[in-house]
Write a protein that binds this ligand. Structure first.
Ligand code: ZN
Length: 246
């Protein structure tokens, strides 16, 4: 061969045979034709057989029956009914925004970001009359990562949304309203700060009675004045509310 490289180390003969056998071109050939593969392997020189390729092992066939039966392949593809509200038929009028009884903010974190969550939680406690929930260190309800929650009344929305936008510390935050449709509240009526993440709507009802719509009972009282720019009056929504039990 005229183009043979003489500056490269040469391996033992056997290595070269394996390299040839497993070269991309050869693999294409093997995949392309089982017959050719059989022939190529049979034609391998006797020396290559001192290190035979491991025989392909088929996984053991499990004993038992599929719980799905054996007819699923016959099921036709059927268009599912939309689960988004207002899509089964076009609504004739918008939904009144006053259907929103209150809001939740769910702040998500993990083992790397929990200190940011702790800081944001402390800042919120100090500034807003909110209903603060537990630390959830495990997935809980529709929330698939660790999280904590605070609820707030509608009047706080125009302050809390921009405040969370500027103070999220990069955490993913789900803001959802509370209406009589908890599934839509979490899946279709939501606002997200930063990236969205999966929400498990499997167990969420799509209708609850008026009496079951989430009501917020603030359980912390603010201790600090909300920071505002120079000359900006304090928004009325940030004034300390009367807290039951305080
Ligand atoms: Zn919620």
């Amino acid at each position: 061969m005229t183009d043979a490289r003489t500056d490269l180390p040469t391996g033992p003969d056997e290595d070269q045979k394996w390299a040839d056998l497993l070269s991309p071109g050869r693999r294409r050939l093997l995949i392309g034709s089982g017959l050719a593969a059989a022939g190529a392997l049979a034609a391998a020189p006797a020396s290559a057989q001192t290190a035979p390729a491991p025989a392909p092992t088929a996984p053991p066939h499990p004993a038992g029956q599929s719980p799905w039966g054996y007819e699923t392949f016959k099921e036709p593809a059927t268009r599912p009914v939309s689960v988004r509200p207002g899509e089964q038929t076009l609504p004739t009028a918008p939904r009144p925004y006053t259907d929103i009884r209150s809001y939740h903010a769910h702040i998500y974190f993990d083992e790397d970001s929990y200190q940011k969550a702790a800081l944001l939680r402390q800042w919120a406690i100090e500034r807003f009359p909110i209903e603060l929930g537990n630390w959830n260190l495990q997935p809980r309800g529709p929330h698939v990562t660790p999280s904590f929650y605070f609820g707030f009344t509608n009047d706080l929305l125009p302050v809390i949304v921009p405040w969370l936008q500027l103070n999220s510390l990069g955490l993913t935050i789900l803001l959802h309203p509370n209406t009589n449709d908890p599934r839509a509240d979490h899946l279709h009526y939501a606002l997200w700060v930063n990236r969205a993440q999966p929400v498990n709507g499997y167990g969420l009802p799509s209708h609850v009675s008026d009496a079951e719509i989430e009501v917020i009972y603030p359980n912390v009282a603010p201790t600090l004045r909300l920071e505002t720019g120079p000359g900006t009056p304090q928004p009325p929504a940030s004034r300390p509310a009367q807290i039951r039990g305080h």
